[in-house]
Design a protein around this ligand. Structure first.
Ligand code: SAH
Length: 388
């Protein structure tokens, strides 16, 4: 499979020239036939990587509580949406449904909207959510999949956030933005040049090569980044965040983004992941997860005219601010054996230990400008960024 896909990429490059890293990433992750996310469910212990909601249920519970707190602060609008971007195996969405439905005041007032590019994963998610009569439509239908969860909550699937009808929305995205295609640039004597994926004509292998001239994406480099030596910029992230900023400004709500990242201090983070290890991004196209750290400094600069941002703060700080300890104690008390307690303790350690996921991931929030008058944002106590 990987050989066939590599051949296809090689032929494409031979025919039309080197492709951008963004095109390469998009093909490798979401090509309808060969794409990494299209073909399989890569998430979990048996897969290539494991995510926080897979590690322990408290993560999903606290993200849901963030949405519900913010909903209450917003005056508890009687109809609202919860949107999840890139739900993977559907585990976070199932925690969201379970917890949100346990609040009598919330249960009949919200709908769940999932943005998923991979039809295979949309199927896995519907199963995870216990949806019996899944209605699957053609790919260009909006939504392309629909059903009612075991809690009676309507759930709809979309290819793009822009397709979701506008309403007050609480949006969560865990390890989503790091999977979106990036353009990669390197400073040269002649200014920024885009890093391309080309074909080594001698051995037929894929290789990185600098574009000899300026490419269209070079013109989009945000001006605060002009002094850097390396830069990764995701146009697709910028478009999605622009939609989020308009959505929360026009209808209310907020977005909580959790991801790997930095604030402009790195620029060369594009990598592959296979079987829980970092591998060469050009090795085994379609068979390897491709990812790049989220550059929060660029996101903040893009959002500034329209929205207010909070963070990034480390995942463990965010979880502590959301009263992780209290939930942990309650679950420990409910454990029925020492081995259950040990399992819970070591899972929680992965989430909150600064040397583990607790210190590798960041929480970042986006709200409308009018949210500022309503006091502290849940989970980000006393930490504010510029623009407020
Ligand atoms: N949120 C999940 C893991 C996310 S993996 C968790 O916490 O466990 C990335 C997810 O985003 C996958 O579901 C993948 O299919 C989806 N995805 C990747 N690129 C996408 C795109 N461009 N548009 C929509 N979904 C995308």
């Amino acid at each position: 499979m990987s050989g066939e896909f590599r051949q296809y990429l090689g032929q494409r490059i031979k025919a039309t020239g080197a492709i951008t890293v963004a095109e390469y990433m998009k093909e490798c992750l979401t090509n309808p036939m060969y794409g990494y996310y299209t073909r399989k469910n890569p998430i979990g212990r048996q897969g290539d990587f494991i995510t926080s909601p897979e590690v322990c249920q408290i993560f999903g519970e606290l993200l849901t509580l963030w949405c519900i707190n913010e909903w209450a602060i917003a005056g508890a609008p009687t109809a609202f949406q919860i949107i999840e971007l890139g739900p993977g195996s559907g585990i976070l969405a199932s925690d969201i449904l379970r917890i949100a439905s346990s609040f009598a005041q919330v249960r009949n007032h919200f709908t769940l909207h999932l943005v998923e590019r991979s039809p295979a994963l949309a199927g896995v998610q519907a199963q995870r959510l216990g949806i019996v009569n899944v209605e699957r439509k053609s790919e260009d239908a909006v939504p392309y999949q629909h059903g009612v969860s075991q809690y009676g909550v309507p759930v709809s699937w979309y290819l793009r956030i822009q397709d979701i009808p506008k309403a007050p929305a609480f949006i969560v995205a865990n390890e989503f933005f790091d999977a979106l295609p990036i353009h990669k640039f390197q400073k040269t004597e002649n200014g920024f040049r885009e890093v391309m994926v080309d074909l080594n004509r001698e051995n037929g292998q894929l290789m990185f090569a600098l574009a000899p001239q300026s490419t269209p994406a070079t013109r989009l480099i945000p001006s605060p980044c002009k002094h850097r030596d390396h830069l990764e910029f995701s146009l697709e992230s910028a478009v999605i965040l622009d939609d989020i900023a308009d959505r929360v400004a026009d209808c209310g709500g907020g977005a909580l983004i959790i991801d790997y990242g930095h604030e402009g201090t790195k620029g060369d983070t594009f990598r592959g992941f296979r079987e829980h290890r970092v591998v060469d991004a050009l090795d085994s196209p379609g068979g390897t997860d491709l990812t790049a750290d989220v550059d929060f400094s660029i996101l903040k600069a893009l959002l500034k005219p329209k929205a207010v941002t909070f963070g990034p703060i480390l995942q463990y700080e965010f979880l502590a601010n959301m009263a992780f300890e209290r939930r942990f104690d309650a679950l420990m008390r409910a454990c029925r054996s020492d081995s259950e307690r040990q399992r819970l303790e070591s899972a929680c350690d992965v989430l909150i230990n600064p040397a583990k996921m607790g210190g590798q991931f960041f929480a970042f929030a986006v709200v409308g400008k009018s949210r500022s008058s309503l006091g502290q944002l849940s989970g980000f106590t006393a930490i504010k960024t510029e623009g407020q």
